[in-house]
Design a protein around this ligand. Structure first.
Ligand code: FAD
Ligand code: EPU
Length: 342
């Protein structure tokens, strides 16, 4: 047996919202053989399988009649290095931020803007993680995954992953169909700084020596500093990062909103205008709110729902619905929840 399976396991410390949730079956997967065994175990019992990395983008129900698998497949392999670029294959269970720091220590560039995003490598393509002007799709080459039904391994290209804003094939056509086992990224041995997002340039220059250009590590430090100012540390306050996606509206809708709310932030994107969901929520009066059950909205970033105590998944979703209704009523904008609800 490569796999130890527990029954009725608490997942409270395995999701960053700190929601109490009990898995009917639970296992920690450290090898492909263990993953294969787990899939057979689930198939024999007609159970759904829920793979988890760090649980930083999920809202868990109180009881999950499923086999929950903590994916801890490790490994960092430099597969190719020439002409200033490096092909890096990374196990799905590697810690994302540790990978970012390690890559910078090797002088491999391209992940610095994605520093301090919680979670594991295997979950990063699922919602095409992004921050400060970069998304994983910009560095992505391919991934390996195991089919949950057949147990067979398959390789998917960037095109097959169909990445979009906080979106991929794993949230659509391949939802609940595969377990990602490794991700291959292409990084550069030359730093090509991307400093256009907000105050990043200024912050990164602050970390560089006087008159010097920021290094990859300076950019990483700047990103970490900005993130620590805005986002709650899940070790201190339970949260899942942005709870809603930033909505995209038509030109017409944006003009109508600008007429009424002249300072509403809107950014041009190919499909229309992207609005800041945090602004919409703040202007409905929710910023810093706290419900009796412990669910609330972070006081420094209205896009982040928090668990101050013993809220359960249902409490958080009730608050999310209250927010969605208020935003719809005031701005005629529909907010879409970002984390996966189980
Ligand atoms: P989990 O929450 O464990 O899983 C997320 C989903 O992926 C689930 O549906 C799960 O079943 C699935 N999954 C996990 N592993 C696998 C696998 N191996 N194969 C197939 N499916 C799998 N996200 C951003 O994009 N940008 C940010 O800036 C950002 N900031 C954040 C800040 C904070 C404080 C927090 C708490 C979250 C933030 N997030 C951000 C969201 C989150 O960090 C990312 O979505 C991250 O990739 C989730 O990784 P995880 O390992 O915790 O995934
Ligand atoms: N804003 C407010 N009030 C708030 C929060 C935000 O008015 O309480 C407005 C401000 O105008 C601000 C704008 O919203 O300028 C954008 O805010 P911020 O730069 O904090 O970014 P965001 O849109 O809230 C997005 C991502 C984050 C990512 C950052 C940085 C989404 C859903 N969220 O947040 O990703 O880290 O940009 O790139 O796209 C996540 O996905 O979990 C996540 C944290």
């Amino acid at each position: 047996m490569n796999l130890k399976i527990e029954e009725y396991a608490s997942l409270k410390t395995m999701n960053t919202m700190g929601l109490e949730s009990v898995a009917r079956y639970f296992g920690r997967v450290e090898s492909l053989a263990a993953l294969q065994e787990a899939l057979v175990f689930a198939k024999e019992r007609h159970l759904p399988v829920i793979p988890l990395g760090e649980g930083s983008n999920v809202v868990l129900g109180e009881s999950l009649d499923a086999l929950v698998l903590l994916i801890r497949l490790k490994g960092r392999e430099i597969q190719e290095s020439h002409n200033g670029s490096v092909l890096l294959k990374v196990g799905a269970g590697e810690h994302w931020h540790s990978l970012v720091c390690w890559s910078l220590e090797q002088k491999f560039y391209g992940l610095e803007n994605l520093a301090l995003i919680p979670g594991c490598v295997g979950a990063a393509p699922v919602q095409n993680i992004g921050a400060y002007g970069v998304e994983i799709k910009d560095r992505f080459v391919s991934l390996e995954a195991v089919d949950r039904q057949t147990g067979e391994s398959t390789t998917l290209s960037a095109e097959e992953c169909a990445f979009g804003y906080r979106d991929s094939v794993f949230k659509n056509g391949l939802m609940d169909r595969v377990i990602i086992t490794s991700v291959t990224l292409r990084l550069s041995t030359t730093l090509m700084p991307e400093l256009d997002y907000g105050a990043l340039k200024e912050k990164a220059e602050g970390f560089a020596g006087e008159g010097e250009r920021p290094t990859g590590m300076d950019i990483c430090r700047a990103v970490c500093a900005i993130r620590r100012e805005k986002l709650p540390d899940p070790q201190v306050i339970g949260n899942a990062g942005s709870f809603f996606k930033n909505p995209v509206v038509s030109e017409e809708h944006k003009v109508a909103l600008k007429d009424k709310f002249s300072d509403i932030p809107a950014y041009k994107v190919s499909e229309g205008w992207k609005l800041a969901a945090g602004w919409l929520i703040e202007h409905c009066g929710f910023k810093g709110c706290l419900k009796k059950d412990g669910a609330g909205v972070y006081d420094k970033q209205a896009l982040v729902l928090v668990n101050h105590g013993n809220a359960c998944g249902k409490d958080v979703l009730l608050l999310a619905e209250e927010i969605r209704v208020a935003v719809k009523e005031r701005f005629s904008v529909t907010l879409e929840i970002e984390p996966r609800i189980y």
